[in-house]
Design a binder for this molecule. Structure first.
Ligand SMILES: Nc1ncnc2c1ncn2[C@@H]1O[C@H](COP(=O)(O)OP(=O)(O)OP(=O)(O)O)[C@@H](O)[C@H]1O
Length: 249
């Protein structure tokens, strides 16, 4: 069953159509990657999915419900969490406080937040602990976020997204700017989360994409030009021509 779907989704900025009639179905429990050259429209697609801005036309369905035009704050509460390319960490907070705040703010309106019960706090604290454990940072929970290495900061960003107990996790280049060792750790982490979360991944590093994805959709000039398993995408002649330039043999 598709948990997240788009139907002929389109976004134009003036004369430029950044996302052009994209129909996508992300199966529940799968890791679905979006690849494509710079400027292909991947980040714009994420911005549409998270409600950062509304589409020009087309539809977004989340768990069979039409969420087209739903603002970002509402979309997050519905269970679509995004781990940003740029950091969303509070540097002067401890790791635990960073994830606790994210866990606390989840699933409730501001009015609801003011009326949490004691049992709610225990649940929030448990979710925050679990998120840090999931990314392997539980030993450092009392350290300040600013004391972390760059790679650990990216892990913390992921923990912040996980603390929201999302149903779909959108990962925007989680390995960007990481060293080879940090990249290995991040890939292991994403792999460990597979099956537990439905994930949509944007990533430029082809070795990562090919090793972790269940399905891959390829964008080129705003349109989807191919979709399939890693093996199918690697063999696809259109993809090689348009994106890989024949280098991924
Ligand atoms: N807010 C905006 N206003 C105008 N044009 C935009 C806006 N956001 C993106 N674009 C344009 O839309 C096109 C697609 O950009 P987008 O960032 O979605 O591509 P991308 O595939 O994520 O690229 P990259 O891999 O470099 O991040 C680009 O030509 C970009 O300049």
């Amino acid at each position: 069953m598709a948990l997240l779907e788009t139907k002929r989704l389109t976004k134009s900025f003036g004369a430029l159509t950044a996302v052009n009639g994209v129909s996508l179905a992300v199966e529940a429990g799968s890791l679905h990657s979006i690849i494509g050259p710079n400027g292909a429209g991947k980040t714009t697609l994420f911005n549409l999915l998270t409600g950062t801005f509304p589409p020009t036309s087309g539809q977004i369905l989340f768990d069979q419900n039409d969420i087209t035009g739903t603002p970002a704050s509402r979309v997050a509460h519905l269970g679509l969490a995004r781990s940003y390319q740029r950091t969303t960490v509070f540097p002067a907070f401890s790791l635990f406080d960073n994830v606790w705040v994210a866990a606390f703010a989840t699933g409730k309106s501001w009015k609801g937040l003011l009326h949490k019960k004691t049992s709610d706090y225990a649940e929030v604290t448990g979710r925050a602990r679990q998120a840090l454990q999931d990314v392997g940072l539980e030993q450092k929970s009392t350290q300040l976020a600013r004391q972390l290495s760059h790679g650990e900061q990216r892990q913390l960003e992921l923990a912040i997204a996980l603390a929201a107990a999302p149903r779909v996790l959108l990962l925007d280049e989680p390995a960007a700017g990481l060293s080879p060792e940090e990249t290995r750790r991040m890939v292991a982490l994403v792999r460990a989360l597979k099956g537990r979360y439905t994930m949509v991944l944007i990533e430029h590093k082809m070795d990562i994409i090919m090793s972790v994805s269940d399905r891959i959709s390829v964008m080129h000039f705003g349109s989807l030009i191919a979709e399939g398993t890693p093996a199918e995408i690697q063999k696809n002649a259109d993809v090689r021509r348009a994106y890989l330039g024949g280098v991924a043999a």
